[in-house]
Design a binder for this molecule. Structure first.
Ligand code: URA
Length: 192
């Protein structure tokens, strides 16, 4: 079980972070949302506008897509997961975070992982996959295969924003593939 008090302190410290220049353009730091006692951690790229406005991870259109696709395999994102991002503040105009921003922000994620102790990590999109696993292969090659890091099983999946742009559910298309990947995650969760 997460020490709730310590987790709250970490969140408070994170929300005061001014390590990089994203702190000067953000409305809110987006620490995460969901259940910090869950066995599953989902990591995305960075907050978008809705997330920046509300201070919560994945609450915009991509977040709704994420919620729905997880629900389709029986995973409730507020109950069965904790959701956070590689970078906790919104990059202007939703550009990809710079490498320096990623490296300055990474101690927050490391601390979150240390406290949550997830059994499974779902990495959504190439920024999450490449920065967390420190590899450069494209997401199209990596998705759907387990990669173990620090004894935690990690599953790369397409980013939900990509699924919004590719909405076909046809067999072999990105949405169908993601559904297969999440079925693997659900099976693994059930076996824990
Ligand atoms: N995209 C992300 O990667 N993270 C969010 O929190 C929202 C959109």
């Amino acid at each position: 079980m997460v020490n709730q008090a310590k987790f709250k302190i970490l969140e408070k410290e994170c929300t005061a972070c001014i390590k990089c220049s994203l702190s000067s353009t953000r409305q809110n730091v987006v620490f995460g949302r969901g259940n910090p006692n869950a066995k599953l951690l989902v990591i995305g790229e960075a907050p978008g506008q809705q997330e920046d406005d509300q201070g919560l991870a994945f609450v915009g259109r991509a977040g709704k897509m994420l919620d729905n696709i997880f629900l389709s395999v029986g995973i409730d994102t507020n109950k069965d997961c904790y959701i956070s991002n590689i970078v906790k503040c919104r990059p202007p105009n939703n550009r990809k975070p710079f490498l320096q921003e990623v490296s300055e922000c990474s101690p927050w994620l490391t601390e979150q992982i240390t406290m949550i102790k997830p059994k499974i990590i779902v990495l959504a999109g190439s920024t999450a996959v490449q920065s967390y696993l420190e590899i450069s292969e494209p997401i199209s090659k990596l998705r759907g295969g387990w990669i173990t890091k620090d004894s935690i099983k990690c599953m790369p999946i397409f980013h939900p924003s990509y699924l919004l742009r590719n909405p076909s559910k046809e067999k072999g298309k990105p949405k169908w593939l993601t559904w297969q990947d999440l079925k693997k995650v659900k099976r693994e969760l059930n076996s824990l």
